[in-house]
Design a protein around this ligand. Sequence first.
Ligand SMILES: [Zn+2]
Length: 216
Amino acid sequence: MVALFGWLAFREVYYSYVPPPGFDQPDPNKSITFVILFAVIAAAFAYTPVRYWFFEHSLTQKARILSENKMAYVHCNTIFDSLFDKEVFAAGHANPESGRIVFQYPWCSRLMDHLKNPKHSTKEELISMHIFAHEAMHIRGELNEAKTECQAIQRNARAAMLFGIAEDIARENGMDYFKNYYQQRSQQGPQSSQYFSAECEPGKMLDERLTDSTWR
Ligand SMILES: [Zn+2]
């Protein structure tokens, strides 16, 4: 659609200088209104893909820092991508061999919303930041889901701060996830409980004692 309307706008301009096929003279009456109209429609169609392209670029840079792996790159699935994604029911997935992290539709948009107003976030928005940290930990090399989840919890505040969220808000949001949504996972059936470990607590076995840990 961008190409179509971009081309229509270009064509209007082009034929005001070059004779159209079958004519001897350029058509000076080509309307500037159509040029503007087609250009605006083309820009409207381009807006969302361009916005996501920039967001993916930003996510990729931050994922490389958080995962300590230069191969990390992030893709935001559109609805169309999701239709062809074998892991359509996972909110995100990561391939440590290729470095590819995929956010399922519409989790990138939830993360964008979270970044706009990190202090007042919905449950889904807090989870979207956690997905980012969780998938980055897979790219860092951890495949066990419970360990991955615990590493992500401890780096949740670090991840949020990479996006420019203030430390106190980043820490509060990270603890909110840990105290509420993480603890619920132990009681949500085997699919969810594989992500939970009772050892994921300050001072327990999975505590990495990071200097900037979410639960410091
Ligand atoms: Zn995982």
